[in-house]
Design a protein around this ligand. Structure first.
Ligand code: NAG
Length: 181
């Protein structure tokens, strides 16, 4: 009876299955694409100053929070992470350190979204931290931190994957030497 409709239905069902298989194949093949990302972050300087927690934060009583101001250099070549299923990369520099009260701390110092392969070779000098570097204990004395470059690969289809560089040497934070203005 409805043989046209049945046939259309079968074609649709087959097409949908085929599209899902294709998307699945793209998602999984992207996981095994060979790539050789390389990256490093180093700190040229760390300066600790005291100040209020935040200009917009209602904490006018204390000016005793210590802010660390860093100057970074970043070198990376993430261009091999771009292939047919790479929508963009989220790249961020992370400082890691431990304190007696909090053994694992990670703070993002800088980040960037890279949408083109031609932008995936990164060379930054004199880069200041984009986000405030404040510890929960409000002090930086006796802290040693290393820094590393991390990246998330955001695909068109499938799974977000992660990578990171080796951490740098551990840098010692100096005593406060000024007041944040
Ligand atoms: C980097 O710092 C973290 C946190 O202190 C530490 O666990 C890790 O071992 C350090 N890595 C290196 C290579 O020093």
């Amino acid at each position: 009876m409805n043989s046209m409709q049945n046939r259309a239905n079968a074609v649709m069902a087959f097409s949908i299955s085929a599209i899902f298989c294709l998307l699945g194949a793209i998602a999984f093949s992207a996981l095994v694409m060979p790539s050789s990302p390389a990256g490093s972050v180093g700190l040229d300087s760390i300066k600790v100053v005291t100040g209020r927690y935040d200009k917009n934060w209602v904490d006018y009583k204390t000016r005793n929070n210590e802010f660390a101001n860093t100057v970074m250099q970043i070198d990376a070549d993430l261009s091999s992470l771009f292939h047919w299923n790479t929508k963009q990369l989220v790249v961020y520099a992370v400082a890691e350190y431990s304190t007696p009260t909090h053994p694992k701390n990670q703070i993002v110092l800088w980040d960037s979204i890279i949408k083109r392969k031609s932008d995936a070779v990164i060379r930054k000098r004199g880069l200041r931290n984009k986000y405030s570097l404040i510890d929960v204990n409000k002090k930086w004395s006796n802290v040693h931190a290393n820094v590393s470059l991390h990246w998330n690969i955001v695909p068109y289809v499938g799974f977000m994957t992660y990578g990171r560089s080796q951490p740098s040497e551990a840098y010692a934070f100096p005593l406060p030497s000024g007041v944040q203005t």
